[in-house]
Design a protein around this ligand. Structure first.
Ligand code: NDP
Length: 297
């Protein structure tokens, strides 16, 4: 199977490399073309100039772009040139409704769409250990398995189109609560004068531990928050969660609180930092000032 990859960002760059390791990658495309040309030359794969050119040269396309409007734009450009029976696997985090729209755009071409959002951070993307949540036709899922297995470890089909995104939205609500708790706890620990590296090492093995504590609490000790998972992206995901809950007439407190904190971080110019920069706000609770030692600007 010849696979094309679209969207060579923090996640996509690693995922494309893993497809190459699995012997599946035939071509790459990125909006900022230089990234695609550099990777293509390193891996000896094609870097077609347009999405239409990429579409006509592959059996499947994996996409990993930012948000809802971006994937719809990409799918629209791919659709006319994909062959009947081709697969489009979208690993971006977008709304379930956007997944359904993408599937509708591809259906007249005889192309199957699977929503395949991922979890596990840039480390999971690099190590091919992503959890992948899939929605869409089961037969298409069976055909897509070798592609998904090259990028992730826990690959699960949840049901019809959109259910992968619904599972991912569930995960994003958990991430909000956990990063909030980790940031608050670390600000508290620092104020207590505890040796923070020792603390991470010990509590990392305790009942309150989590992936975020082990992998992102060290950012809080160093006072640098490189992306990672950008504040703006998680803000986008939580807006999706807010909209999905609103359909039930429900407002989710964890989601609303985190969106408030992200709005504050974006307003202060930290939108492209990793979400562990929530620590900036928590540290201020103890500093009694708006200026912290963690201002890297
Ligand atoms: P980045 O911002 O690093 O990369 C985004 C990529 O999408 C870039 O290649 C960008 O191209 C491309 N892109 C954006 N808009 C368009 C468009 N309109 N048309 C074509 N290409 C476009 O994001 P990440 O890699 O971090 O995230 C990608 C997706 O994965 C997001 O939906 C995110 O929510 C999700 N995700 C991210 C995780 C993380 O830890 N970072 C974890 C799990 C999921 P260009 O280079 O030109 O800007």
């Amino acid at each position: 199977m010849r696979v094309g990859f679209v969207g060579l960002g923090a996640m996509g760059m690693h995922m494309a490399r893993n497809l190459h390791r699995g012997g599946l990658l035939a071509a790459v495309w990125n909006r900022t073309g230089e990234k695609a040309r550099a990777l293509a030359s390193e891996l000896s794969v094609q870097a077609p100039p347009t999405l239409a050119d990429l579409a006509s040269s592959v059996d499947a396309v994996v996409t990993c772009v930012s948000a809802d409007a971006d994937i719809l734009e990409v799918v629209q450009q791919l659709a006319p040139n994909l062959r009947s029976g081709a697969l489009v696997l979208d690993s971006s985090t977008v709304g379930a409704e956007t997944a359904r729209k993408s599937a509708e755009l591809l259906k007249p071409r005889g192309v199957e769409f699977l929503d395949c959002p991922v979890s596990g951070g840039t480390e999971g993307a690099r190590d091919a250990t992503l959890a992948i949540m899939v929605g869409g036709n089961e037969e298409a899922f069976e055909r897509a398995k070798p592609i998904l297995a090259a990028m992730g470890k826990a690959v699960t089909h949840f049901g019809p189109t959109g259910s992968g995104q619904a599972a991912k939205a569930t995960n994003q609500i958990m991430c909000a609560g956990i990063i909030e708790a980790v940031s608050e706890a670390m600000a508290f620990a620092r104020a207590q004068g505890l040796p923070l590296e020792k603390l991470i090492d010990t509590l990392g093995k305790g009942a309150g531990s989590s992936w975020y504590f082990v992998h992102r609490a060290p950012n809080m000790v160093r006072g640098t928050f490189p992306a990672g998972f950008r504040v703006r992206l998680h803000e986008k995901d939580l807006t999706i969660c807010r909209d999905m809950a609103a359909r039930f007439g429900v407002t989710l407190p964890v989601v609303e609180r985190m969106l408030g904190e992200y709005a504050e971080l974006v307003a202060r110019g930290y939108g492209d930092e990793d979400i562990s920069s929530t620590f900036r706000l928590k540290a201020e609770l103890f500093d009694h000032t708006h200026e912290t030692n963690y201002d890297s600007k």
